[in-house]
Every structure is written in C-alpha cells, then in structure tokens.
Design a protein. Structure first.
Length: 571
C-alpha cells in the first residue's frame, strides 16, 4: 500500500471515532499518525519491514501494529467494525462543505438525519438553525450546497472553493516529496464563482503526487491524466485540476495557471513584441538562447517592461496598459479596514452576543463596529420592534463605557417595505448611528416598483447605506430586476453609500458596478453581514471585490478613522 492510502485509513478511523464520541486522545493519535505517515519520504512498507517505524514521531506500538495488519491483510479490523456502526451515507455527509464528524453526529442524533435528502428536508424546515453551534447561515449554506449538487451546476462560491482548495493544499503539503503548493486559477484571482479548483505543485515524484490526489476522500472520479497533469471531479461538484512541475518551471507555470486566459494571451503578445516566447515552461528568446532564471512572477513582468500585476486584476480590463505606464492603483488591503458596519447579534437572528462580537472585532484590530439587527417586519429573522431596538441602543451605550480604544455604533438594517416606506419610525432612525436600508421581500415586483423602493430609501434623510443592492445569492438567486447604474447615479446625487456585502454567498455589489460607483464618486462600505463572530473573517472576500474593482483605501467608507466616518454619515 502507498503511504497516502495508509494515511487515508487513519484519517477515516479518526473521523469515525470522533463521530461516535470516542476517546479524544485516540482520535488525536490517529490524526497525528496520518500526518506523520503522509510526511514520510520512504515507503511505509520498507520502514515496517526494517523495524524502523518506531523511530517515526507519532507512531506508537498500537499504530505500528495496525500498519502491520494493513500491510499483511490489506484492511483493518477496527475500521471494518466502525464502518458497520457508522453508515456510509453519514461519511458522505462529512465531505459536504462546512460539515464534519461532530456536526454530522449532532444532525443525526438530534434530527435523525442520515442522507442528503433528509439533511435538505431538515434544513428547509428550519430545524438545523435550532441546533447548538449551527444557526441560520449554516442552514442556508447546507440548502445551497445540496441544491448545487443536485443540479450539478459545477460551480462553487468563492468561499466554498477556497475551503476545498485549502483542504487539498494541506493534504499535498503533508507529502515528503512535495516542496511547494500554490492554489492558482479562479481561486487565486478571487473570482466570485469557481468552476475549477486548480493547484500547482513542485515535487520530486510526479506519480506519487498524482496517485495520492486520486484517493483523496473529496475526489469522485478521474476525468483525464497526463504525465504531469490530472483533472478530477470533486465530491463537491466542481472540477479539480493538478499540475506538477520541476523547479525551473514553477514561476512560469504559476503565471500561466493563474490566468485569466485573456490576460495571459495579451501578456504573450507583449512578450512576442519584445522578442520573447512565453508559455508555461518558460520565457524563451525568439532569436535563440536559454530562458532566464526567475525568482518570482515579479521578475517575469519586469522583464516584459511591466509593473507587477496582482492576481485580482488579471482580467484584461486595462491592467496591462496601466502596468506599461506604471499607473496601477495602490489597492486596498484588509489591514486598511478599521471596522465592520453590518453585523447581526442574538438580539435578532445572529448567534452571538454583542460582547462576543466586539471581542472578536478587537482581536482583528478594529476600532469600531456597528450592530445592525433587523427591523420588525422581518419576522423570519426575529426582527426587532422599536422598543427593543432602543433598549439595545441603551445597552450599547452602556457597553461603550468599558473601552477607550473601541466604539460600538448603534445601528439597524431597516427593511424597505413593498410600498417604499422604511420599517422604522423617523424618530428612531434619527437617533441611530448607522442606518442600512435593504430589500428583503417582494423580489418579484416589476422593475419600476423595485426601483421606486430603493430610490426612495436612498433619498431618505436618515438612510446611510444601501445593503446588498441587487439582492443576489450566488448560484441560488438571481439579482432583483433593477437598474444598478441608476441606483449608483441616485446614490451619487444624494451622497449615500453603497454596500459591498462581503458574504461569499452575495459579494454584492460586484466589481463591475463597484468600479462604476468609484467613477461616479460614490463611496462603498465593505461589510460582512455577519451573523456570528467568526463571520467577521468574511471581510477578506469583500476586500477582494474592491481590489478587483481597482479601489484604493480612500474609496472605502470603513477605512476612515471614526471621527471622519461619523462626519460622512452626518452624525
């Protein structure tokens, strides 16, 4: 048996034992053994026959005995017994995005879920959100993941694609023959929807890497295989492509693998004009000679007379001309963000207290954060009546006495009702620091009605930000039938802010309209719409949209220090 096959056995043992609530130390020991075996340079069988496994960290007597059983019989008695106790359908559930042994155990024990169909039924019935540690966002993600798998769309949202890519990258990094791994393609360019998760590997043994990827538990089938490349279908419904290269080709292959195709073809043309031929194997002088040795992508761009172009901009949308003129923007970075202006607490449909959210925000280095729970009409999200909202605001003012370096802003995500009115009184909105107005119902109204609603909200004196302006849910719900360009022009006229909703399920506004907003002088706020404290980390996805739209820090509301922010909001 190959090392990675044995690794998979111990990983399965750990998953099944964890599902059954087995001894924590045994679960940890099996996971540690899997990592140790994956990192061995020599075959496990050779080390076992030479009695040298005892010198490998993480492999004790019991683990070595199980390795011996595997090598001699081709199977493991303990694994077979656990497979009898844990239905294969539950193991399938564990490969779904966001699920694992503990969550599948909870779903099975509390809701009787054992199949994909039962999981979807429970999620659609609103039962998943009631379980500890899950919540409405997890429930929505389950529904969307299962819908995507059923329709076989072959597309993943960026968040899920990065999760799959990270798991595959970690798996490859464990192998001793692997020297370097980079995620490339659409994921590296931060595209909103991904149809292929692509990885580039520098390794000493090509076949070992390709063979090991084929047996990964998230891989379904092999589409094709070449001497150094492999394309597979993942169990998440999206393709996975793996390319293995020698060291001298790595940076050229990284540039080629990242794309986009249009950017790379234009780059090849520029190379040709300057006397080179560019491909994934190297940069070759057309007049003959050897290709230059480079230490990174920056060297390749420099040799072609260009500024380095970050992956987010490689879409052939003017970046190469700007790079020739040394005129690329100083793009926004996540470290420029000073706070999050759209967050939900357990006062409405969030799962965390205000204190828990603030503690997480302070860990991220933020200096402010707005709690913007739902208004009363959104019953499914436990929307708050004015009396409860005012009580929350009083609590926030009380909490603010605790910190000298952090400010919690009062806020609300107020629903734009079907007739264009706001779901909260002007008196309450006037006393609220951050007012986000959003459409949450009446999606199928005609364009004129929807536009009247949104434009009325923009014109309202107390509204600061329009939340998720097109209402799309990527891969699940199309945008409202609205004229986004007219929304941008109205926002410019009234000096209002448009949101980049950083949830990877939304990424709304998208980079095209964000770029139009910048050209129109309209600021954007990048906010996570977080419903638990960990979702504050989604900010990176919103920043990626801003970067793809060529935004610099000055274009983004929540890069401002708090006093300047409040002046823009007229508070």
């Amino acid at each position: 048996m190959r090392n990675m096959e044995i690794t998979r056995v111990f990983s399965q043992l750990a998953d099944m034992l964890e599902y059954k609530g087995g001894d924590f130390f045994k679960v940890r020991a099996y996971r540690r053994a899997a990592r140790s075996i994956a990192g061995l340079e020599r075959p496990v069988a050779d080390l076992y026959n030479q009695n040298q496994l005892k010198n490998v960290p993480g492999l004790g007597k019991n683990i070595i005995a199980k390795i011996g059983e595997l090598l001699s019989t081709g199977e493991l008695k303990l694994l077979r017994e656990l497979q009898n106790d844990v239905p294969s359908s539950l193991m399938g559930l564990m490969t779904l995005p966001g699920l694992g042994p503990k969550r599948v155990q909870l779903l099975h024990e509390q809701l009787g879920v054992a199949t994909l169909a039962e999981l979807e039924a429970a999620a659609r019935a609103g039962k998943v959100r009631k379980l500890p540690g899950l919540g409405s966002k997890t429930e929505q993600e389950i529904v969307r993941s299962l819908t995507r798998l059923r329709k076989k769309t072959g597309l993943l949202t960026l968040g899920l694609a990065r999760e799959l890519a990270r798991g595959l990258e970690d798996y490859l990094h464990q192998m001793a023959v692997v020297q370097r791994v980079k995620v490339v393609g659409q994921v590296r360019r931060w595209a909103k929807l991904v149809d292929s998760v692509d990885l580039l590997v520098l390794a000493r043994d090509v076949d070992e890497v390709l063979d090991s990827m084929i047996i990964h538990p998230n891989i379904g089938e092999v589409l094709w295989r070449e001497k150094d490349r492999l394309q597979l279908v993942s169990r998440w419904g999206v393709n996975v492509e793996l390319t293995v290269v020698p060291e001298e080709q790595f940076w050229y292959a990284l540039l080629w693998g990242t794309g986009s195709r249009e950017h790379y073809r234009r780059l090849q043309f520029i190379a040709w004009q300057r006397g080179w031929r560019l491909n994934r194997h190297g940069l070759f002088p057309r007049a003959g000679g050897v290709k230059p040795r480079v230490e990174g992508e920056e060297d390749i761009y420099r040799m072609l007379g260009l500024q380095y172009i970050v992956p987010e901009l490689r879409e052939n949308s003017g970046e190469l001309g700007a790079a020739e003129r040394n005129a690329l923007p100083q793009l926004l970075e996540t470290g420029d963000i000073r706070g999050d202006l759209h967050v939900h607490s357990n006062w409405s449909d969030g799962t965390c207290s205000i204190e828990e959210i603030v503690n997480q925000a302070r860990k991220k280095g933020y200096s402010y954060l707005a709690i913007t729970d739902h208004s009363e009409s959104l019953k499914i999200a436990r929307g708050m009546a004015s009396e409860k909202l005012l009580a929350q605001h009083a609590r926030i003012r009380e909490l603010n006495r605790q910190w000298e370096d952090f400010e919690v802003l009062t806020g609300i995500e107020v629903d734009i009702l079907a007739d264009g009115r706001l779901d909260c009184s002007d008196e309450v909105l006037a006393e609220t620091d951050v007012v986000i107005a959003s459409v949450h119902s009446g999606f199928k109204q005609g364009r004129e009605q929807l536009m009247n609603r949104i434009q009325s909200a923009i014109a309202h004196e107390h509204v600061d930000i329009i939340g998720h302006p097109t209402g799309r849910l990527l891969g699940h719900r199309e945008p409202y039938d609205v004229d986004v360009e007219e929304i941008i022009e109205t926002a410019a006229r009234y000096g209002k802010v448009l949101e980049i909703n950083a949830s990877p399920d939304r990424l709304d506004l998208d980079e095209f309209y964000v770029r139009l907003a910048r050209e129109s002088g309209v600021r954007v706020a990048i906010s996570t719409d977080a419903h638990d404290r960990f979702r504050l980390d989604d900010m990176v996805f919103g920043v990626s949209v801003a970067r793809r739209a060529w935004l610099e820090p000055e274009h983004v509301l929540n890069t401002m220090p708090l006093p300047e922010l409040m002046k823009v909001l007229h508070k």
